[in-house]
Write a protein that binds this ligand. Structure first.
Ligand SMILES: Cc1cc2nc3c(=O)[nH]c(=O)nc-3n(C[C@H](O)[C@H](O)[C@H](O)COP(=O)(O)OP(=O)(O)OC[C@H]3O[C@@H](n4cnc5c(N)ncnc54)[C@H](O)[C@@H]3O)c2cc1C
Length: 473
């Protein structure tokens, strides 16, 4: 008999997990459930490396839950519609009274949760939904007219005012439940459930679990946060937290990450530039999560800025293929794309550089880049990825202005001046001088640039300007 079910999704942890914590509070016997939904994984182009990461996090979660006497049932379904009958069976079998879940904001996930919740509520189940993915829930950061902010700085100021007034005390570990006889799947059983999904094991680079997330956070606080405002732009350094895969899968909560940093830096007013800049990045993350709720059209392949709907993006498979494979002839772009392939992750500065190059120099549809990133990233997160792509393509709200196009060679000279990062991924350029390496000429085994940076830049600006003019006529 389990009176309560916790439906796990991108919250694969036991600490500071609102749905789990509340469900377990009065020890009424809790059952954990996770659905592997094939159609959603496929439709959302979830990367094999992320699928493997989810699987490994589930293995650890199952063990941690077992110690709390909470069994985890993992069910593989073809599509979201199959979820309801499975819930109905579990509810009838165990006389379940309530379902606890943490909210997910992208449209497909939101609609799935709405359908499941409404159906089960109509059948008498209590459904409790918590906000976990963000520090301040969507809908709570509003301007004087009660509207959503579309400019980051205004959002950030309001967000900070509210967040500073919050206790931000993480919830800790949930209560242990009474003993039961249901067995929890072991690692082999979980592996079997994932067996026919394409997955890629990068566990040496990205160990799973809550402990690993905390370890990375502590290391970052001790070694890098105080210089984050400078080092975060240098891809050859370990200047950032590398927490994104853990935040994306929910192995750590954003509250816990922020609370730990604030504790270490003795509050909001430490005056430490590194801490302030890092918190600002967390707020960018929240900004994009809120935008997905306020402007669900971004979940339907639509740009935020309506006038860019008709931009004549190209769909050139050869140029796109060269970009994906790191064969554009622009070393910083190629090294970045090879980092993505090798590690399932890319440095933030480089994500902006390669996204601008794809959209502004190759004029390729940002949605092709967005989808390719999702198919490769271990930290793939719809809101952050869509926000990053729309920012780079100048189709987003408070995006890079269309006429301010990064020159990838200048970015390379500025942020990888000695070519340390480039040499790591492009050994054929290793012997070039610090000057030559950013824009090599006639180098054996390395392609010539696939596009003229200057001409393509001008063309793109002209295309955007023409659209802007049409809008104002
Ligand atoms: C085109 C593009 C696509 C992106 N796709 C994703 C994605 O799918 N998933 C993802 O988590 N991030 C994405 N980002 C944001 C950012 O690049 C990564 O979050 C960051 O590189 C992760 O490294 P870190 O954990 O060391 O970050 P840190 O610098 O340590 O920052 C801490 C955390 O803040 C958040 N964050 C930092 N920068 C941003 C940002 N610009 N936007 C939103 N959140 C941010 C992340 O959760 C990150 O883990 C994308 C950015 C661009 C430009």
């Amino acid at each position: 008999m389990f009176k309560r079910i916790v439906w796990f999704r991108n919250d694969l942890r036991i600490y500071d997990n609102p749905a789990l914590n509340h469900a377990a509070a009065d020890k009424q016997a809790v059952l954990g459930v996770y659905f592997i939904c094939r159609k959603m994984l496929n439709d959302h182009a979830v990367a094999p490396v992320r699928i493997d990461f989810i699987q490994r996090n589930l293995m650890l979660l199952a063990k941690d839950l077992e110690k709390l006497n909470i069994p985890l049932v993992i069910i593989s379904v073809n599509e979201t519609g199959d979820i309801i009958p499975h819930f109905q069976t579990l509810i009838a079998e165990h006389k379940v009274e309530a379902l606890f879940l943490n909210a997910e904001y992208p449209l497909d996930e939101f609609n799935r949760d709405k359908l499941v919740s409404e159906t089960l509520r109509n059948e008498g189940l209590i459904v409790k939904r918590f906000h976990d993915r963000v520090i301040i829930p969507p809908g709570m950061v509003r301007n004087g007219k009660g509207e959503a902010y579309q400019v980051f700085t205004a959002f950030k100021n309001n967000w900070l005012l509210q967040a500073r007034a919050l206790p931000l005390q993480p919830l800790g570990k949930p209560a242990k439940q009474v003993a039961h006889s249901l067995s929890t799947p072991d690692a082999q059983a979980i592996k079997k459930l994932f067996a026919d999904l394409e997955s890629r094991d990068l566990s040496a680079l990205w160990p799973a679990g809550e402990k690993e997330a905390i370890k990375r956070l502590d290391f970052f606080i001790e070694n890098a946060i105080s210089n984050y405002q400078v080092a975060r732009d240098i891809p050859s350094l370990e200047g950032t937290s590398t927490l994104s895969p853990y935040l994306a899968v929910g192995a750590i909560s954003v509250r816990q990450a922020l609370a730990t940093v604030l504790h270490a830096s003795q509050g909001w007013d430490s005056g430490n530039q590194g801490v302030t800049t890092w918190i600002s990045e967390l707020i960018w993350r929240e900004f994009y999560q809120h935008l997905v709720v306020d402007f669900p059209r971004v979940c339907k392949f639509r740009p935020m800025q309506a006038y860019t709907e008709v931009f004549p993006w190209r769909h050139d498979a050869t140029l796109f293929g060269a970009w994906c494979e790191g064969k554009t002839g622009i070393p910083i772009v190629d090294a970045a794309m090879l980092q993505l392939k090798a590690t399932g992750w890319m440095h933030n500065r480089l994500r902006m550089v390669v996204a601008m190059f794809l959209t502004k120099n190759l004029q390729i549809d940002w949605r092709m880049g967005e989808s390719y990133f999702m198919s490769q990233l271990i930290d793939g997160d719809f809101a952050a990825n869509n926000g990053g792509w729309q920012w780079s393509a100048s189709t987003g709200t408070d995006a890079a202005p269309y006429f301010r196009i990064f020159n990838p060679v200048s970015q390379s000279q500025r942020f990888d001046p000695e070519g340390i990062f480039i040499r790591r991924y492009l050994p054929m350029l290793a012997n070039l001088s610090n000057k030559e390496i950013h824009s090599p000429t006639h180098c054996e085994n390395y392609p010539a640039p696939i596009v003229d940076l200057s001409t393509s830049r001008k063309e793109t600006i002209a295309l955007f300007a023409a659209l802007k003019n049409m809008k104002s006529v």
